[in-house]
Design a protein around this ligand. Structure first.
Ligand code: DX5
Ligand code: ZN
Length: 226
């Protein structure tokens, strides 16, 4: 089993928002994507940022935006993030009646389409939809807050998807989000993850860029074909 080289995506949820542009620049040369968590206080209890902030931030960095929408009614809002220049727009399966149609809309708007699966949602009903997506985001916590503990049982979903991707020759990034740090990233990489979101592990570190490099090295060495 071979997997692509790892993507490391720092989550700005753990950054100091009073100096957000500097925090983003701190990982500019180290990271692959910038993970942007949009929460609406309905799909999840927490409330973060929305489209105007993402539009402003777009001008502050060259990093591709990996927008993670934890919102109700993504059909209404998600294409706006693609129009704002997001590289990848991920919405939650639990919040969408017709994920394939929305994926089509996102691709038509020039973005890659991502499907997110929360902690309590099984993966099996979604396997046949994966050819419509570029990214599958498997939550390794319950969506809503940073700083939670990684749930290793979620890697069973990763292994199921990795097999499905290999058997179907799908071009799909398998991403995990929640509790990814130096002591958890290797098991995720070994299970077949190739994109890693890390908030606390990056922005809680003294040197965020160094933390990204370290995570990347651990993921590379633990990958199945390494
Ligand atoms: C939480 C967010 C995550 C969060 C991860 O629902 O989707 O992206 O920032 O934070 P850590 O890496 O601290 O678990
Ligand atoms: Zn996220």
């Amino acid at each position: 089993m071979t997997v692509p080289p790892p993507i490391i995506a720092p989550s700005i949820l753990a950054a100091d928002f009073s100096r957000l542009a500097e925090e983003v620049r701190a990982v500019e040369d180290a990271a692959d994507w910038l993970h942007v968590d949009v929460m609406d206080n309905h799909f999840v209890p927490n409330l973060t940022i929305g489209l105007p902030v993402v539009q402003s931030l777009r001008a502050a960095t060259k990093l591709p935006f990996d927008v993670h929408l934890m919102i109700m009614d993504p059909k209404r809002w998600a294409p706006g993030y693609a129009d704002a220049g997001a590289y990848n727009v991920t919405f939650h399966a639990e919040a969408c009646d017709d994920p394939v149609a929305l994926a089509r809309d996102l691709r038509a708007a020039g973005a890659r389409a991502g499907l997110a699966i929360d902690r309590d949602t099984p993966i099996e009903p979604y396997l046949d939809l994966l050819p419509s997506f570029d990214t599958l985001l498997i939550m390794t916590i319950k969506a809503g807050f940073g700083g939670q503990r990684f749930i290793p049982q979620m890697l069973d979903k990763v292994r199921a998807v990795r097999q499905h991707v290999a058997a179907g020759h799908l071009d799909l990034r398998i991403e995990v989000d929640g509790g990814i740090a130096a002591d958890t990233i290797e098991q995720a990489a070994a299970a077949g993850v190739d994109a890693f979101v890390a908030g606390t592990a990056v922005y809680g570190a003294d040197d965020p860029a160094e933390a990204v490099h370290r995570l990347r090295g651990l993921a590379e060495r633990a990958a199945p074909d390494a």
